[in-house]
Write a protein that binds this ligand. Structure first.
Ligand code: OOG
Ligand code: NI
Length: 447
């Protein structure tokens, strides 16, 4: 009988993944402690921010908030992964074409979508699918396909529990624990390669990512990323502790009102690999990342963001940080300016419990009079340019190729066995629902 909510299963899974990753990549534990210290400091220094996060329901989830990333090889793996994530209330949102950045994958993010589920636990998994069609060498392409045809990344019990969850409409307590344990096997690092060293080298020469995806028994989780309230401080602290952080923070510049997503990562660790016949080798795949999240932007806000980022990246004067700051001077940096210009999505709530003090007017009047508060809706998704930067920094600088623009969303969705949700529609819906709730409360107060 289903007794455990999908939110609770997601929380168990996210906690189990975090514990496993701390064992596998000890630097991740250091990262968590840096982020917790910085977040505590920021909250102590900025009571207004603390109040805002509390009102938005983000304060309690801050410590558990994180995302991870995996890379899958085949359509069958992606389709089963979609069913596994559904057991945890995680749905595919967005389509990311990384081929334009020279990375032979396309991706989606599995995540919670409604308000209550996001507040309970926003754990997200950026999930990429290898595009074998982008391997130019036909013989190598066929060889990779043959290697993958035999691969099974899910345990039998894991698959049975997914089927049971689908049939019963959920899992009971024991089943949920077992499901999480079985799924961990899929995400765990398996250092015993499925291919011999010579094959690994050939795959690696085609693209390091291809070797990472094809050579092993499963799609090892390659990073887990906590959310920091001050990424500049966290980055400085990483460097102070001798952690090799990426030089540039991806995404928008520092702002009074954070938008979208700023990210930085530390270099992938070298791991020992054993090839068949006990031959020893090394592989780099797993790394650490931190992120600072801000307001979700409307299509208009996103277009402005994309244009300004392009402008900063294209310039040649000054440092990247200076060019970003200069370009983004054109992006309004107060909540009210962003709201009235329609650049970001907001959640509207009554400031007085029942809104009885409100007579007449509409949303803007109520906000002006202080009866209604608008807080930015947090961006729950990813940024393709930033993701490309994260991929690339962990592949090494020799790994710059171009596949030309070739988005293949229809093929991705066919492999997934479902359409991906449109992130903008989800945010617009959250905003509309909050407005409807305010209006309902007011009608009730007036009646
Ligand atoms: C995923 C990189 C994308 C992010 O935060 O943008 C990502 C990967 O390296 O597999 O996680
Ligand atoms: Ni990431």
């Amino acid at each position: 009988m289903p007794t455990v909510s999908t939110d609770a299963i997601r929380t168990r899974f996210s906690a189990a993944m975090s514990a496993m990753y701390r064992d596998e990549v000890p630097l991740y534990g250091d990262l968590l402690s840096i982020v917790a210290d910085v977040n505590d400091r920021v909250l102590a220094d900025r009571p207004a921010l603390q109040a805002e996060l509390r009102a938005a329901g983000e304060l309690d989830r801050l410590g558990v908030e994180r995302h991870g990333a995996i890379r899958l090889a085949t359509a069958a793996e992606l389709a089963m992964m979609r069913r596994a994530f559904a057991v945890m209330g995680m749905w595919p949102v967005g389509y990311y074409d990384l081929s334009v950045a020279g990375v032979p994958v396309h991706s989606t993010a599995f995540r919670a979508v409604d308000d209550a589920a996001l507040a309970a636990n926003p754990f997200r998994v950026f999930t990429s699918l290898l595009r074998l069609d982008l391997i130019e060498d036909a013989a190598l392409r066929a060889e990779a396909a043959a290697i993958l045809a035999e691969r099974r990344i899910f345990t039998d019990m894991g698959v049975r529990l997914i089927e049971r969850a689908e049939a019963q409409g959920g899992l009971d307590d024991d089943e949920a624990d077992r499901f999480v344990a079985e799924l961990l096997e899929t995400f765990r690092w398996h250092g015993d390669a499925r291919v011999d060293a010579a094959t690994y080298d050939r795959l690696n020469a085609a693209h390091r990512l291809i070797a990472d995806i094809v050579s092993f028994r499963g799609p090892h989780i390659n990073h887990l990323t906590p959310r920091t309230l001050d990424i500049d401080a966290a980055q400085a602290e990483m460097q102070a502790r001798g952690i090799k952080a990426k030089a540039v923070i991806e995404g928008p510049p520092p702002r009074a009102v954070p938008i979208l997503l700023r990210q930085t990562s530390f270099k992938a660790i070298e791991e020992d690999v054993t090839f068949p016949g006990d031959q020893a080798g090394q592989h780099t795949a797993r790394f650490g990342e931190i992120e600072q999240r801000g307001a979700a932007l409307t299509p208009k806000g996103r277009a402005l963001y994309d244009r300004l980022l392009e402008q900063a990246r294209g310039g040649s004067q000054g440092s990247h940080a200076e060019r970003l700051a200069a370009a983004f001077a054109a992006f309004p940096d107060t909540m009210e300016a962003m709201r009235t210009a329609g650049l970001a999505y907001f959640r509207y709530t009554l400031t007085d419990a029942d809104g009885a003090a409100i007579t007449g007017g509409d949303l803007d009047d109520w906000i002006a009079a202080g009866h209604v508060r608008a807080t930015p809706i947090i961006y729950e998704d990813f940024l393709p340019v930033s993701a490309a930067g994260i991929f690339q920094s962990n592949l090494g600088s020799d790994e710059q190729r171009s596949y030309g623009a070739s988005a293949a969303q229809a093929a991705f969705e066919a492999a997934l066995g479902a359409a991906v949700a449109d992130e903008f529609a989800l945010y617009a819906n959250l905003e509309a629902r909050s407005i409807a709730q305010v209006r309902t409360a007011l009608r009730r107060a007036a009646a």
